[in-house]
Design a protein around this ligand. Structure first.
Ligand SMILES: Cc1cc2nc3c(=O)[nH]c(=O)nc-3n(C[C@H](O)[C@H](O)[C@H](O)COP(=O)(O)OP(=O)(O)OC[C@H]3O[C@@H](n4cnc5c(N)ncnc54)[C@H](O)[C@@H]3O)c2cc1C
Length: 435
């Protein structure tokens, strides 16, 4: 019997073990060296870095800390850059393109060192990631990329021909793929809760339920306004990413919040999990609107995510579409029940590269384009070093702001049409590949 009713829960599966909670209310300080807006991964790691260097830091978040994307994501340490090396080279020149690629490797190592050295309890497992392709052309390109990663950056990566695919994933959907062993999975809400723990221990102050409503330049610094009062700051760092609102209109005109949705299956029998995910690897695929999926950290469920074209409410259609995608990959799951379905916002922009930038004295760490598990902590830490001055903060991602989007002030009216267009591209590519 196919499930037609809604999943039991419309909140993230991750919140079962690590629910997001308000922090105890404390009065707002009158001043700080640095105010950070947004208490996701980026804002907290920036605050931690600054506080450990002796700065007085106040972090303000409109919701519960982590309630943005940082406790809702897939937990896959993908660290993707959405431009290919050739595209990067054309736009930034070869030197900058190489520096960006190399910093990607450093950022992922930073994440793993950070988890280890701080003792962050977040179920991290370096499982590797399988990338499924949908045609011979894509297979050849994935094989070339895997070989280049191995040769240029020493990353353990290799092509997987279709005949060997079932050693990695129990599906015949793909025409083979590639594996990168430097990518793994963590429990994102636990990861956030643990970063919050060490950030509070560092002496930074974090306020939840405290939306910033305005930031105004005053004297040599800024005054940050909230319903709980005003706070004067020498420097302000904006880490609001896919939840950016009218308090930062400059950023709002440049970032497009796009819904990404995830579903979780009920617990599956161990022998079925052994067939579908024999290596318990992370997975993604080579479609424009590809799915990303993974086993739960206990290896008993499959969690799958993808784009969601809805813009308000919590309609049933996107969940059913993901369920259909899951069954397309694994027909054995035809009768599976879903336990959870939830969504969050990722932040896309025209340049598609995470970045740090300044504008009118404010500093921004943002634009993670759906890959912030690795990028947000790294860019947050780089932004903190930049605010403190000195060479340690230098980053290839310290760039100009992303360009503003014409006729756009924060409501992405064009997204449903874009998503339909991308779906069409995927259908055409799939039809060509299977001809
Ligand atoms: C469903 C889903 C799946 C994903 N899967 C992956 C994945 O597998 N791998 C991966 O690498 N990435 C993934 N991502 C992306 C990743 O979660 C994000 O890139 C990352 O969490 C961004 O962190 P952040 O700190 O920049 O922003 P967020 O965690 O979104 O935090 C921004 C914060 O800013 C606050 N804020 C906004 N405006 C104001 C204001 N005016 N005043 C005060 N506070 C404000 C918000 O309340 C929010 O808490 C996924 C995202 C989603 C939604």
């Amino acid at each position: 019997m196919q499930q037609t009713s809604a999943p039991d829960k419309r909140t993230p599966y991750w919140w079962e073990d690590a629910p997001v909670r308000p922090l105890p209310e404390t009065p707002l300080a009158a001043k700080a060296d640095v105010v950070v807006v947004g208490a996701g991964y980026a804002g907290l790691v920036a605050a931690l870095t600054l506080a450990r260097a002796g700065r007085a830091v106040t972090v303000l978040d409109a919701m519960n800390p982590g309630e943005g994307a940082s406790s809702r994501n897939g937990g896959i340490t993908s660290g993707n850059i959405r431009m290919t090396f050739d595209q990067l080279k054309r736009r930034y020149g070869e030197g900058r393109a190489l520096a960006i690629e190399a910093e990607g490797k450093v950022a992922r190592s930073f994440t793993y060192d950070f988890i280890r050295s701080e003792g962050l309890d977040c179920d991290f497992q370096l499982t590797g990631r399988f990338y499924g392709v949908i045609g011979q052309e894509q297979y050849e390109s994935a094989a070339r990329s895997a070989e280049a990663l191995q040769r240029k950056l020493g990353i353990d990566s290799f092509a997987v021909p279709r005949a060997e695919q079932r050693n990695y994933l129990g599906t015949d959907y793909y025409r083979g793929g590639s594996v990168r062993m430097d990518i793994g999975g963590l429990q994102p809400a636990k990861y956030h809760a643990e970063i919050l723990r060490v950030t509070l221990a560092s002496g930074a102050t974090v306020h939840s339920g405290c939306p910033v409503t305005a930031i105004t330049a005053e004297g040599a610094g800024f005054v940050v306004t909230t319903p709980a009062g005003k706070i004067a700051a020498r420097q302000v760092l904006i880490c609001t990413n896919g939840y950016t609102d009218g308090a930062v209109p400059f950023l709002r005109r440049r970032l497009v919040p796009v819904r990404s949705r995830m579903i979780a299956t009920e617990e599956l029998p161990a022998d079925l999990m052994d067939r579908l995910m024999p290596r318990r690897m992370m997975a993604s695929e080579g479609k424009v609107l590809g799915f990303y999926y993974r086993p739960s950290p206990d290896g008993k469920r499959i969690l799958l995510g993808g784009r969601d074209a809805s813009q308000s409410g919590d309609p049933a259609a996107p969940t059913l579409m993901l369920r259909k995608g899951l069954i397309g990959l694994f027909p054995e799951l035809e009768d599976v029940r879903l336990s959870h379905s939830w969504f969050g916002n990722v932040a896309m922009h025209r340049d598609m590269i995470p970045r740090i930038f300044d504008h009118k004295g404010l500093t921004y760490a943002t634009g993670f384009c759906g890959s912030g598990v690795v990028w947000a902590p790294w860019i947050g830490s780089r932004a903190a070093h930049k605010l403190m001055g000195g060479a340690q903060g230098r980053s290839a991602f310290d760039m100009r702001p992303p360009p503003a989007i014409p006729l756009y002030a924060g409501k992405p009216w064009f997204m449903p049409a874009f998503i339909q267009g991308y779906r069409m591209q995927d259908r055409i590519a799939l039809a060509r590949a299977t001809r």
